[in-house]
Every structure is written in structure tokens, then in C-alpha cells.
Design a protein around this ligand. Sequence first.
Ligand code: GDP
Length: 381
Amino acid sequence: MHSDDIHSEAYSGAETGEEGTARGSKGRMGVRPGVESPGSTAPSAKRRPPRELTVDEHVAGILSGDRVILGKTITLIESLKAEHNRKALAVMEQLLPHTGSAIRIGITGVPGVGKSSFIEALGSWLTEHGHRIAVLAIDPSSQLSNGSIMGDKTRMEKLSVDPNAFIRPSPSAGSLGGVARKTREAMLVCEAAGFDVVFVETVGVGQSETMVHSMVDFFLLLMLAGAGDSLQGIKRGIMELADAVAINKADGDNIIHAKRARSEYEGALHLMKYPAPDWSPPVLTCSSITRAGIAEIWESISEYRARMTANGWLEKKRREQALAWMHESIRQALQDRFREHPGVAAQLPSLERAVSTGEQPALLAAQRLLETFFDEEISTL
Ligand code: GDP
């Protein structure tokens, strides 16, 4: 095995921040974290085309905790090429028995609430206490903005140079469903690489919460004192998903407001139904600057994990999540195939127009498209 080849830049078409926080990595260290510009090498500098790792090399690298290979495996997962997808699945299949031991924590809240500062504070506290943490993100806006969550890694300055932390920005290509799938797989790969706490960060607007909620054990909603629900853009539905709410920026003059907000949210949560037995979502306060309340939040997460493991809820939740993911993947794949079908693609725009102008009944159009796709008559829809 040639280590230079192993650490070369395979899958470069899909590379964004592949090396994670490369400074703590084994292997070649000189890679600048962040987005590698494909045009950064002089055209005259001929480089040997990189050799891609084999499935076994990916698996062995991950299991030995090699973070360079971890980065490459996530890049493989994120690749849009079919051959890479097939390889990624083969890697995932071998890694699956080595996953499941981490606690998976979703973090949400509107932009500016302090998500990255919070992850930096809790994450550093955790690595100081012997944990190894991975930070991933689902950011639907990254398709437009080239990654706003953690695109700029300096936002987590301490963690980004912490050898016991691995930070990966949101995949930026594809639909929200596709991005979520890739993040879910990246989460499993991080677990197999020995990270025992995985954070998945998302913005508290829109559908991405539901996606993150469906892949984590514990969903933490960050809020601000005195901003009001509507101002914070947090929908009631998102509060219902929370396993805990933390009022952030509880420092300085804001402490008093945070305490007041705490009892307001306690009242609001009290009125909502919460699905798990033996737990009601606590409302906590914290500050990423003073670190007040950070250890208490970890205590709460640990308590939740202990109780939900003892009563079987966590196992049930993970089983249901895996099943839901299977169905979601089937739906996604069928939909992709459907849209890619040449006959469907040829008819779809005109049928969409005809349906939207009322010239064609929606069901009839659906039937025609499905008959084209399946190449057989469909009697009922
Ligand atoms: P995000 O968009 O949710 O990731 O928010 P950031 O972590 O980028 O924080 C947004 C702003 O709030 C930054 O200017 C931070 O310095 C500030 N901030 C974050 N956490 C705290 C905190 O605990 N206390 C105070 N006073 N400011 C904070």
C-alpha cells in the first residue's frame, strides 16, 4: 500500500473541506482546511491522477481512526457519481456493525442564536473531558450560498484545531433529502471512526429540522430571551420536536431576561404533548461565552440517554428512524428514476402546464406519466 496514494486527492470533483480539521490528522498534514479550488495548481504542473482508495482501504482507515481517510470517505459519500455511490454503499455495509455507540445530538435555532458558539463551547468542554466529537451540518441554504453553516470554519476556532474534534460543513449539492442522506451516512462513518458524540447542526427554519430530528437521539433547540417566538421564526412544530430547550446568551444583563424566558418556555412546553415516557423536555439557560450552564446541558443529555436506554425508548426510536430512512430512500430513488426516464422527461413539462391551466385533470396526467414509466396500463391510482 502506498501511503502517498492513499492520501492523494481522489474524488476531487466533490471536494469541499475534505480533510475536516486536518491539523489533528494522521497522514499528510499540509492540506489547508476549507474549499480546495480546482484551479489552484498551475496548469503546467502535471499531477498523476490520484488513485482512489479501495473499499477495504476505506474501511480499514475509518476503523483505525485515520481522519484523512475519514474525510475522503465522506467525500465519497457526498459524490454525485453513481460509481462512487455504489462504492460508498459497500463501505457503509462493512462499517455498519461498528456504528451505533455514539450519542447523536441535533442542534437547531435561527441564524444568530449562537449554534456554532454553543457547539464550540460544549464540544471543547467534552473534549476536555475525554470525549471525541464530530460536528456535521445540514444546511439547505448551502446550495445557494456555498455553505453558510460552518462554511467558514474559523467560526469554531478552538474545535477546528482540536485533535479530538472533527468538523465537516454541510454537503452543498443536491436536494434537501439528498443532503440529509449524505449527512446521515457521514454520521455513521464518524461513529465507526470512534467519535462518541456527534452533533448535527441545522438552521431553525423550514424542513431541515424534521430531517435532523429523524436521525438523532436528542434534539436541542436553542432560543434567545426576549425575542418572541415569531421573531425567532421558530414554529410551534419545532418546539414539539425538542428534547430540551436552551435559552442561549444567558450572560451579563441578559441573565435576568433568560430566567424569565425560561419560565415562559416551561409553561409553553408544558402544554405540548411529548412522545417519550419518563421524560419532559427541560428548559435550561446557558452562555457559550461564560460557559455557564454548559455542563448542565450535558448532564441533561446524559440523563436522557441513561433513562431512554433503560426503558428501551432509544432503541425503539433508532429502529423506527432506520425504517423510515429506508422508505424515504426508496421514495427518493423512485422519484429520481421517474424524473430521469426519457419518456417521462419528454412529457412532463407539457403535462405540468396542461394540469396547471386546467386543460388536463391531474389524475389523468399522473396516470399517463406512470404508464409511460412502467410501460404498462394502470387501472387505478
Ligand atoms: P449561529 O448563527 O446560530 O451559529 O450563531 P453564532 O454562534 O455565529 O453566534 C452569533 C453571534 O452571537 C456571534 O456574534 C456570537 O459572538 C454571539 N454569541 C454566541 N453565543 C453567545 C453567548 O453565549 N453570549 C453572548 N453574549 N453572545 C453570544
